[in-house]
Design a protein. Structure first.
Length: 295
């Protein structure tokens, strides 16, 4: 063995639920010594059989390694787990789902206790973890020094995307993308409901639906360009007024098919509000500003 030989970084993982277990297995498979802790000890036992060291307490798990990764239920669970732990000199990476404000507050909390902090937002489900071709990745924000030092280790279970020193940015990117997904699925479910009672094969319709959504996805770049230029009339193909007028056909079709329009109505009402504010000649980008509240 030479001085340049690769030595996998030992790490601690707090939380062995479905996602935590998938993360632990990926690191173990890559040769990293892993210490795990879970509030319910029995849930950590399968990992012990695969080579992990099971700590008796969260404090003991934190003491075992400098790099500490948390994947718990929520921010409150993280605070409770680390209540009696000495974080001095530790690198805390939080993969617990939370809000941007919680990420910023937890960064301050960790730094006050002598730890460097990195927040994360996992863009994957457990079966995607550890598979190089799955497309899984994690948003990270916070200490750039921590990220750079542990980049290779963090990249073992999933790809890494660093989005800035603001600790809240990982959660913000995570939730923003999930919000877009939620809206997309609302439209998808409405579309399937429209054809549900007809002699239309769901699998055949799904292929058409996927192709259509893929073709429309490029519009996000037009929206971004309009936001950056603050010119909401730039490159408009279909005006807001035209699209709002077309909603009548969508609603009439839903009525004919016996389908509730409840998934569409909030968006349509926002469109109508924008039109009444004399923004009908613009595209739909101006609707974004209508969503912003005073803080």
């Amino acid at each position: 063995m030479t001085d340049n030989a690769f030595s996998p970084t030992p790490l601690t993982l707090l939380g062995t639920g479905a996602m935590g277990t998938a993360l632990a297995r990926a690191w173990l498979a890559a040769g990293h010594p892993v210490t795990v802790w879970n509030r319910t000890p029995a849930r950590a036992e399968p990992l012990a059989a695969e080579g992990a060291t099971v700590a008796a307490s969260a404090a003991a798990a934190v003491a075992a390694n400098r790099l500490v990764i948390a994947c718990l239920l929520d921010d409150d669970s993280l605070g409770e787990a680390l209540e009696g732990a000495d974080l001095t000199g530790r690198d805390l990476v939080n993969l617990t789902t939370g809000t941007p404000a919680q990420g910023r507050a937890r960064a301050t909390w960790a730094e006050e206790r002598g730890a460097r902090f990195l927040d994360g937002g996992i863009m994957a489900v457990p079966p995607m973890i550890g598979s190089a071709d799955s497309g899984a990745y994690v948003f990270y924000s916070g200490s750039s020094e921590l990220f750079e030092e542990h980049r290779e280790t963090l990249a073992v279970p999933a790809g890494t995307t660093y989005v800035g020193t603001n600790p809240g940015f990982a959660a913000l990117h995570d939730v923003a993308l999930l919000s877009a997904m939620t809206g997309m699925f609302a439209g998808v479910f409405h579309a399937f409901a429209l054809v549900r009672r007809e002699d239309i094969a769901p699998k055949e319709f799904a292929a058409l639906l996927q192709d259509w959504l893929t073709a429309m996805a490029h519009a996000v770049h037009t929206t971004a360009d309009q936001l950056e230029s603050e010119d909401y009339s730039k490159d408009v193909v279909s005006s807001l007024e035209m699209q709002a007028a077309g909603n009548a056909t969508l609603l009439r079709t839903a009525e004919e098919q016996g389908v509730s329009a409840e998934l569409l109505m909030p968006y349509m009402k926002l469109m109508d509000r924008a039109v009444t504010q004399a923004r009908g000649e613009e595209g739909t980008t101006g609707m974004i500003d209508l969503l912003l509240k005073d803080r």
